[in-house]
Design a protein around this ligand. Sequence first.
Ligand code: NAD
Length: 218
Amino acid sequence: MMEQNKIPQATAKRLPLYYRFINNLNHQGKKRVSSKELSDAVKVDSATIRRDFSYFGALGKKGYGYNVEYLLEFFRKTLDQDETTDVALIGVGNLGTAFLHYNFMKNNNIAIKMAFDSDPKKVGTTISDVPVYHIEELDDKLGDIQVAILTIPASEAQSMADHLIEQGVEGILNFTPARITVPPNIRVHHIDLAVELQALVYFLKHYPLTTDEEEEEE
Ligand SMILES: NC(=O)c1ccc[n+]([C@@H]2O[C@H](COP(=O)([O-])OP(=O)(O)OC[C@H]3O[C@@H](n4cnc5c(N)ncnc54)[C@H](O)[C@@H]3O)[C@@H](O)[C@H]2O)c1
């Protein structure tokens, strides 16, 4: 990955968001984009965008904006768009099934390759071309997959994470409300809808958005 270490984590997290939008612009044949346009589209304030983009070596010109092709090339390299990353999904219930149906990652060269469940009724089925195996087949089937999505009951999360790590998984996207403990070399990202909603409501109440932006166009 290109100069990934120099990019602050908060900036890196916004990369996929930028990538998706810039990719769309490119498909529409657009050659340049202003920080204001970007800001409106991805809902990140334009000062943050300018700071983020300065890490990418993309310096917008006043009255011109950013070069779409340059940005796209940079994002592709940085996000390893040229390589495919396979992901395993653990738990084909309400949430897991929805993720399999909505092939949300097809443009990003990241794909859910296989899914696991303990329910015999689900094992042996295929959802959007993704085979569902029994969880006991995990060691045989996982291969060199290093990323897993956890959509199992919270009570199963820790032991499942331990097992996945034993099998070589290095990154876990945890949708269960359980806070799992992992060794320092393993990365866990936790997505909790309830917490996100609470945060949104809190911000609405205490930090109302204003409409007058002190915009400085680039
Ligand atoms: N993060 C969020 O925004 C969000 C939203 C809804 C639910 N959740 C959480 O996501 C998880 C899944 O929710 P759901 O509604 O899909 O639940 P669900 O009960 O519909 O699905 C859970 C699935 O996991 C399977 N399972 C159980 N134990 C297993 C094991 N040991 N190995 C493999 N598979 C196993 C079950 O057979 C079932 O298919 C829960 O922890 C829930 O709290 C998170």
